[in-house]
Ligand binder design. Structure first.
Ligand code: SAM
Length: 252
């Protein structure tokens, strides 16, 4: 799986690619990330890649030519028809299902926008998919690119030390798309500023069935409190049992 990232700030990716659990995936090339400095594709003597918007208005716009040349050079280097992804607030918002699909793909060419955005003609000529990471505006597409690379890498076999651990994460089909349960670790009793806080007894009981029930209920409670829309989806798919429904009713 290979991702080619076109950016004005390749240095932003260096600490990212060398940190945390996903580092293994990048270093082993299980996820082969290649960085391309957009300025190397400009014909401008001053290496400019942006210009003022036609029609006036604030800010600058990324020019089509350097982006187009970068995509064509990467295509020649890859020798395949990898999709071109532009990070943009106008794209479809990234979600678990999409990340899962990318984790099974052979990769893509990722375009990190800057300034006011990208000349529309480049988008029409080259871009296959636009991805947003939420209804807010960042200064550039580098953080969204890292978000995609991080979230897909942790889904790959062997990347997380406990191989199955992503399966228990929020949004995962194994959790019926619900949010993750509450987690606790040592010490059993923690002295918080407001007083003693103890780990729920059931987690210390060693009774696996009761622990599973506690976790399911914790997951249902969190989802009801924070993302009731996910509960509705799970319900519509017939994924909530009678015991789940009884627990949810008891919370109301
Ligand atoms: N003028 C654009 C708009 O209002 O839609 C915003 C441009 S933003 C300042 C510069 C670049 O950051 C964008 O071209 C895009 O690559 C990236 N970006 C900003 N917010 C984003 C988001 N929510 N999701 C994905 N990319 C984003």
């Amino acid at each position: 799986m290979r991702f080619d990232v076109v950016t004005l700030f390749p240095e932003m990716f260096e600490p990212f690619l060398r940190s945390g659990v996903t580092r293994r995936a990048y270093e082993s090339k299980q996820v082969d990330v290649r960085l391309w400095q957009l300025r190397e594709f400009t014909h401008d003597a001053y290496q400019r890649v942006d210009d003022r918007p036609f029609g006036g208005g604030p800010g600058m716009v990324m020019q089509a030519q350097p982006l187009s040349d970068a995509v064509m050079a990467i295509r020649a280097d890859r020798g395949d028809a990898a999709p071109v992804v532009l990070f943009s607030p106008q794209g479809e918002t990234l979600c678990h299902d999409q990340v899962e699909r990318w984790s099974h793909s052979s990769g893509a060419i990722l375009i990190c926008g800057r300034y006011e955005g990208v000349d529309q003609r480049f988008i029409e000529a080259h871009v296959d998919v636009q991805i947003s990471i939420g209804d807010f505006v960042l200064s550039g597409g580098e953080l969204p690119a890292m978000l995609l690379l991080d979230s897909l890498a942790r889904l790959l076999p062997g990347v997380l030390s406990a191989e199955a651990s992503h399966i228990q994460d929020s949004f995962n089909p194994a959790l019926d798309g619900l949010l993750d349960c509450a987690h606790y670790t040592r010490p059993e009793v923690w002295q918080s500023p407001e007083g003693e806080r103890k780990v729920p007894d059931v987690l210390l009981s060693g009774h696996h069935q009761n622990i599973e029930q506690f976790r399911r209920r914790s997951s249902l409670s969190a989802t009801q409190a924070c993302r009731p829309d996910l509960l509705e989806i799970a319900r519509a798919r017939g994924l909530l049992s009678a015991a789940d429904e009884a627990w949810l009713s008891s919370l109301k």
